[in-house]
Design a protein around this ligand. Structure first.
Ligand code: GMT
Length: 382
């Protein structure tokens, strides 16, 4: 008979950021496939659509108390996970980003046993391993929480290797890559003059960078590359997102005399609309477990110039869907950017290849069933 629909709890960081976006889109996709999905977090995840059938949200509240120098969110989260799992009869908790979600899920599972056996799936996203996880303050709890999960997935082969190198892992680490919804991220709107009008003058090329502007993204390199590109072709740079390096980038743009060509757009939930107006995506990160923003750009037919680092080579194919350069090589990135921008025929080939590659390898329709298969395997329903 038909497989039964599952009841799944999802916890993630609700702020803008790859892991929260992946968790949110996973929830949307699972709900569309008939499952009941319960988000448990301190705020509604920023791309979550609560009006869709099958999507639920349960806020976590941390009471403030003079005793608390650090409000114990982890405990409130674990408590809420257990409450929701019991009331809604959840089959499993799928947590995104190890700290603190994997630990909270471990606690919730222990609280519920043996009344309600709930399985814990942890998806590692990158900085929970490479940056925070290896910090002496977190190393042991992250290692423990990984090993206590019933299943662990990683978003790239690179992150799998990094995790194995950093911890004594006793669990299988299954690589399930990030994904895009081709119904949202597609090249269909490319070249729509109405979309482009407000963002650039006719004849200008549009370069885009999307990130949280943390140091690992090397956003200043985006400005440096763009300054070189500007000398050769009329162009605009759109910067989407915000974070610690935004001010530095603005300052750099002023100093280089290109401030009028750079626009800071802040955070956006509908990046597909902006990507439709873009010619090139820049992601010069020094560290990147996957690079979801690059995948979203490719899916919209936007070639990517990125650093050859982390999981980016698993997403961007050098010389076919974009170019990969050593981190910090702004000369090389600018040269490759100009090669594509000054050669419309080559750009068109890369654009088509990027969209095709994104849709063929990372479409939600092929990736989501891998998560479902994992869930069913854990529940003994495969
Ligand atoms: O890139 C960030 O700093 C945000 C971070 C997050 O947890 O939201 O992103 C990580 O997870 C994304 C989704 O799996 C990946 O696409 C990013 O590459 C990864 N970031 C890093 O590894 C630096």
């Amino acid at each position: 008979g038909a497989a039964r629909s599952l009841r799944i709890g999802i916890s993630c960081y609700p702020s803008s950021g790859g892991s929260g976006v992946v968790a949110t889109e996973l929830g949307h996709q699972l709900a569309a496939r008939g499952h009941q999905v319960h988000f448990i977090s301190h705020d509604v995840p920023f791309r979550l659509d609560l009006t869709r059938p099958g999507i639920h949200f349960h806020p976590v509240e941390v009471p403030s108390y003079p005793l608390f120098t650090y409000p114990p969110y982890d405990l409130a989260l674990a408590s809420q996970m257990a409450a929701v799992a019991e009331e809604r009869q959840l089959d499993l908790l799928h947590v995104h980003y190890a700290i603190p979600h994997a630990t909270a899920a471990y606690l919730a599972r222990a609280m519920l046993a043996p009344r309600r056996p709930v399985r814990v799936v942890t998806t590692l996203h990158g900085t929970d391993i490479t940056l925070l996880g290896t910090h002496p303050s977190f190393q042991r709890i992250v290692e423990f929480s990984i090993n206590q999960s019933d299943a662990v997935t990683v978003v790239s082969h690179h992150l799998r290797e990094a995790t194995l190198a950093a911890f004594r892992v006793e669990r299988e680490l299954e690589v399930i890559p990030n994904f895009v919804d081709p119904a949202v991220f597609h090249p269909g709107r490319r070249g729509d003059p109405a979309l482009r009008r407000g963002l650039a003058e006719p004849g200008e090329r549009v370069l885009v960078h999307i990130s949280n502007f943390r140091p690992a993204k090397d956003a200043p390199a985006v400005i440096a590359v763009f300054a070189r590109v500007c000398r050769e072709v009329p162009a605009r740079l759109l910067l989407i997102g915000h974070g610690p390096d935004v001010d530095r980038c603005a300052h750099m743009a002023r100093r280089l005399g290109i401030a009028d060509r750079v626009r800071f757009l802040g955070e956006h939930t509908d990046v597909a609309r902006l990507l439709a107006a873009a010619d090139l995506f820049l992601l010069p990160s020094r560290q990147e477990a996957f690079g979801l923003a690059a995948l979203e750009a490719m899916a919209c037919g936007v070639p990517v110039i990125a650093a050859r680092t982390g999981g980016l080579p698993e997403v961007v194919e050098h010389g076919r869907t974009g170019y990969l350069l050593p981190p910090g090589d702004v000369e090389g990135m600018a040269r490759r950017a100009l090669e594509l921008l000054q050669d419309p025929a080559r750009h068109a080939v890369f654009s088509r290849a990027a969209a095709r590659s994104a849709h063929r390898r990372f479409a939600a329709g092929t990736v989501i069933p891998r998560y479902e298969a994992l869930y069913r395997r854990l529940l003994g329903e495969d």
